[in-house]
Structure formats: structure tokens, C-alpha cells
Design a protein around this ligand. Structure first.
Ligand code: ZN
Length: 339
């Protein structure tokens, strides 16, 4: 009798151990092959894995970084490269695949479900944003506005951002309407609504926030910079919406200029693209007036395109503006390594 019990016990233990091993120590999904292709003017990367492993992308100034949550990159990965006008190199760094770029690109990620395959489609960047912003700045700097009507929000709670001072700048205003959306809404009203939501969220996290305007007053970039450099905040965030004469262009861009602004720009761009799920149009360095002259970490966000019907509908939605504000606040928290 004792012998049987002992046997049964050992058998059960073995069974449990087998079950435990097979569930908890399952083979990881492996990324095992990347194949570069070219077709009809596009560059494609076919990425093969042992099971479905959808990729997450992050487009930086001259790199596209791919991560595969829930999968590992095989140490025996084969990378079949190809001569390309856009791609300099494809390499693995830790848990990431890094595509070094020769020029500005647009990209799309498509997971072929059930096939263990992700396709990265790469094309030349359709670009006008920088030209349009530079032309607007010239007009804005010629405007003589009344003194800046800033607003201070004192923190409503003690939180992770306590002690931090942040300047939030709703782009345009008053005599400067900014871009006009596909349905005739002016950019200045959407930037104000979004910036006010962002200011509230940051102040609820403990930050002291200054809005450079809290109504439809005209603001001049020189005044905004002078105000910011007097306050000396921990950061400066300018909120804009994008515009292109090409209706197909849509998605999220984040701009910075100085080296000290880049970590903030990366953190906010990553949070924005991941949370909004819109096309990642990349992190970019540009000599825009405010982010160039502000002496603190400074970024300019362009979360959506007002010239795209899909993007514009979201830009007008109070819920989506809240989502944008939340993503930027998350990026700021990540930047400060605050939970
Ligand atoms: Zn703008």
C-alpha cells in the first residue's frame, strides 16, 4: 500500500513537472530571417518568425527601429540585404532590428497573421511640412501682438511631476489662424483645445504649467521665446497640427532642434505613435524658431494632419485630443522616469 502511494505521488509529481515545463518554458518565438526586396519603386523587408510576432516601429532621424514584443531575435538570424537608395544597412542590436537610412522615408508595417511574417514597406518621404512651417514663421514674426496673455496653472495634486515647471504653447492664435483643415476648421482652435487638456493633465501630475495663451489672443514667436527664457521651465512643448497639399499624407511627427531636447523628443514621439496608432512620420530635427531659441529642452508636436480626412476628424474630437494630451503626458513622465 505504501509503495503504491509512493508511486502515485512520484507519477503525479512527474506529470505536474511536465505540464509546468511545457507551459512556462515554452519555446520563445524567434525572429530568424530578414529578406530585403524591391518592387515597383518600394523597398520591402520581409521579416520571418517561428510564429506570429507583430513588430512595433519607431522612426528616428536616420533610423527605423523595430521591436518585437513577445519574441526574441535568433542568434542565427540571416539578413539578406540588397542595394537600395534608401537603406544603408540592416542590423541587429540587442532585442531590436535597426535599419540605417540614407534619406527620409515613410514606412508601413503589415503583419501577415498565421504566416509568421511581417512586411515593412518603405518609400520616399512625402514632405512639405518643414517648408510650410518655415513660411508661417516668417509671417508670424512680422505680427505685432499685444503683450503675451499667459496663464499659470498651479498643481492640483502632488504627483510625479511635482516641482517641475512646464511651458505649454498652443500654436498660433488670434490674427494667426494657422492651417485650415479639410472642413474649414482653423488650426489655432484645435491647438488651444489640445494644449489646455495637456496643461490640465500635467498639472494633475503635480507640475506647475504655464500656457502661453488661454484664449484666442495673437502670440508672436519672439514673445513666446522671451517668456519661456524668463520662466526657465524644465521643458517647453509647442502644440501644432500638420498640413500638406498632398491629401494622402497623414500621421504623427515630432520636432526638436537642440541636442538637449532630443531625449524628450524621443520619449514623446514614442508615446504618441504607440498610443495614437497613427502613421509614424518620424522624429525630426528642424530649426523652427521657438524650439531653436528656447534655452530649455523644447519640442514641437504635430500629432495629426488637418489636410487628411481621417486625421482631421480625430483632431476635432475632444476624446482624441484628450488621448493626445495623455500620450504627451506619458512621454513627459517617461522622460523624467516617473511612474
Ligand atoms: Zn501650426
Amino acid at each position: 500500500m505504501k509503495r503504491v502511494t509512493h508511486f502515485a505521488f512520484r507519477f503525479t509529481l512527474l506529470l505536474l513537472l511536465t505540464l509546468f515545463t511545457s507551459s512556462s518554458y515554452a519555446e520563445p518565438i524567434l525572429i530568424n530571417k530578414i529578406e530585403a526586396k524591391r518592387d515597383r519603386g518600394f523597398d520591402y523587408l520581409d521579416i520571418y518568425s517561428s510564429s506570429d510576432a507583430p513588430a512595433k516601429g519607431l522612426l528616428l532621424e536616420n533610423q527605423l527601429i523595430l521591436e518585437f514584443p513577445g519574441a526574441k531575435i535568433s542568434s542565427n538570424i540571416t539578413i539578406e540585404k540588397r542595394k537600395s537608395t534608401r537603406i544603408q544597412n540592416i542590423r541587429v542590436s540587442g532585442s531590436k532590428v535597426i535599419i540605417d537610412l540614407k534619406k527620409g522615408i515613410d514606412y508601413d508595417l503589415v503583419s501577415v497573421f498565421g504566416r509568421g511574417k511581417t512586411v515593412v514597406e518603405i518609400s520616399d518621404r512625402l514632405d512639405e511640412a518643414e517648408k510650410i512651417i518655415a513660411a508661417w514663421e516668417k509671417r508670424n514674426l512680422a505680427l505685432v501682438g499685444a503683450p503675451l496673455k499667459s496663464k499659470k496653472l498651479t498643481p492640483t495634486f502632488k504627483g510625479g511631476l511635482s516641482g517641475k515647471v512646464i511651458v505649454v504653447d498652443p500654436g498660433h492664435g488670434g490674427k494667426d489662424p494657422g492651417a485650415e483643415s479639410v472642413t474649414g476648421v482653423q488650426e489655432k482652435t484645435l491647438t488651444l483645445a489640445t494644449a489646455q487638456k495637456l496643461a490640465k493633465q500635467l498639472s494633475a501630475l503635480g507640475a506647475t504649467v504655464y500656457l502661453t495663451r488661454d484664449d484666442d489672443s495673437t502670440s508672436n514667436l519672439k514673445q513666446i521665446v522671451a517668456f519661456t527664457n524668463k520662466i526657465k521651465p524644465a521643458l517647453f512643448i509647442s502644440v501644432h497640427y500638420n498640413y500638406s497639399s498632398i491629401k494622402d499624407v497623414s500621421g504623427t511627427e515630432t520636432y526638436y532642434y537642440s541636442g538637449q531636447s532630443r531625449p524628450l523628443a524621443v520619449a514623446v514621439h514614442e508615446a504618441l505613435t504607440q498610443s495614437l496608432g497613427k502613421k509614424d512620420r518620424g522624429l525630426r530635427r528642424a530649426m523652427f524658431y521657438a524650439i531653436h531659441h528656447a534655452g530649455v529642452p523644447a519640442i514641437l508636436i504635430e500629432p495629426l494632419y488637418l489636410s487628411s480626412y481621417n486625421d482631421e476628424k480625430l483632431a476635432k474630437s475632444a476624446d482624441f485630443q484628450e488621448k493626445i494630451a495623455q500620450a504627451v503626458a506619458q512621454g513627459v513622465k517617461n522622460y523624467f522616469r516617473v511612474k
